[in-house]
Design a protein around this ligand. Structure first.
Ligand SMILES: [Zn+2]
Ligand SMILES: [Zn+2]
Length: 427
């Protein structure tokens, strides 16, 4: 689904497959843009089998039930009469059909373990994508040909997630994400250096006598950030301070904690809810939450979508020079977080179209903790595989364009395709 749009505009374009029967739906990971409308697709394609990792199933189930609550609320707030697009009962029924798959296991689309012998049967295999808990890239094989879809990928270690382990064999067709295609990896960037810079910026914000809002996605960025903040406190880089997160974030963090011992990750003994011990806010308590000094609010949504916790608190902080808002990941330029970041200090911003515009007086800072691969790492991976065709997806137009031009120059033997939505591609 489109993470920024609402109502019917957020639905994928299902029209091109409307009169075809889909055999299988493969879910790469549990972020909203990848799983957010799965019950709608399942309703339209009742014969399709659905495959994902066990972690993604647990995350997806939690996320979709949360979406039902959000959509039910929004039905009034934004007058979306089609909401909710699916119900709690439908979500329960849908998740009963999901089949869990382990990483690195060749599975035939018909659901059986594939025989060892090379056959004509279409098979898939999940590879660890290092993006968020449960995330995968997907290798499809049929008739001796291969297609690899990266999903959302990170080729570097994060604080919790370890770097992707992807196939390095010859691939015929590579379908690759392009999220960070419009930004060069900053010179001298290291994660350790960036963590240090964040700790110092928080210290500065506390010294100004303000609190810090960090808009984050509930899945992935919240847990990575909690792990960092926990380390800052433990190593006494900062004085002890309370951390606040939202309800969905706390549920996602519970899943990270429960699966800590069965996931491939760093800090496997770190139980975030116990040790980082965040306080949990909801739509009511956020209004009474004091914007007092030396507090960290790590709230979703990451793009500060109107009516979410990060947007509600953001509107309270934005005009006050004591307080700070830090950005730590991707924000669509047209989203409220993107608008605020681009407005800059002294600029004017409308964080919620139902509320008046505001003058930006708070302190702002940007950090690079993306869960997505740098464009340099994506190009390096494509060069290693040197596929016959490369299909670029999951990027804003300038990001895709940089990737396309660079791949054309470095891989003259490959065809680089930027697909047009709704138009069939002959692979
Ligand atoms: Zn993602
Ligand atoms: Zn995504």
């Amino acid at each position: 689904m489109h993470p920024k749009n609402a109502g019917e505009d957020a639905l994928p374009n299902f029209k091109p497959i409307a009169d075809r029967q889909i055999e299988a739906i493969l879910i790469s990971h549990g972020h909203q843009d990848h799983i957010g409308t799965l019950p709608v697709l399942m309703r339209r394609q009742p014969a399709a089998r659905i495959f994902m990792t066990e972690a993604t199933a647990e995350i997806g189930n939690t996320l979709l039930h949360n979406s039902v609550n959000v959509m039910t609320r929004q039905r009034e707030e934004i007058g979306a009469t089609l909401y909710p697009l699916f119900t709690h009962r439908e979500t329960d029924r849908a998740s009963d059909f999901w089949q869990w798959c382990r990483l690195r296991q060749r599975i035939s689309i018909s659901g059986e373990r594939a025989p060892q012998r090379e056959t004509d049967a279409l098979t898939f295999e999940f590879f660890d994508a290092g993006h968020v808990l449960g995330s995968t890239g997907i290798l499809l094989r049929a008739k001796g040909r291969t297609i690899f879809y990266t999903g959302d990928v990170n080729f570097d270690d994060q604080t919790i997630m370890e770097a992707a382990i992807f196939p390095e064999e010859k691939i015929d067709i590579l379908i690759m994400e392009s999220t960070r295609g419009d930004h060069a990896k900053p010179a001298n960037w290291t994660r350790a250096g960036e963590e240090q810079r964040l700790a110092e910026a928080i210290d500065g914000a506390f010294n100004r006598g303000g609190c810090v809002l960090i808009p984050v996605f509930a899945l992935g960025k919240t847990q990575e950030l909690l792990a960092m903040l926990h380390r800052f406190r433990r190593e006494q880089l900062l004085p002890d301070f309370p951390i606040y997160i939202g309800g969905l974030s706390s549920k996602m963090t519970d899943i990270y904690d429960r699966r800590a011992h069965v996931s491939r990750r760093q800090l496997p003994r770190l139980q975030l809810m116990e040790e980082a011990a965040p306080f949990v806010l909801n739509g009511q308590t956020i209004c009474d939450a004091p914007a007092r000094a030396e507090r960290i609010y790590a709230l979703s949504s990451g793009m500060m979508v109107p009516k979410t916790l990060s947007n509600i608190l953001g509107r309270r902080l934005v005009e006050n020079p004591q307080h700070s808002i830090f950005f730590v990941g991707y924000a669509d330029p047209a989203s409220p977080a993107g608008l605020l970041r681009d407005a800059g200090p002294g600029g004017e911003v409308t964080l919620d179209p139902d509320e008046p515009a505001q003058r930006v007086r708070c302190h702002m800072n940007q950090f690079q903790f993306s869960a997505h691969a740098s464009r340099e790492a994506l190009i390096e991976y494509a060069n290693k595989l040197s596929p016959r065709k490369i299909v670029l997806v999951h990027g804003d137009p300038p990001a895709v364009e940089w990737m396309r031009a660079t791949l054309l120059a470095t891989l003259p033997g490959s065809e680089v395709i930027v697909p047009t939505p709704g138009v069939e591609l002959e692979l």
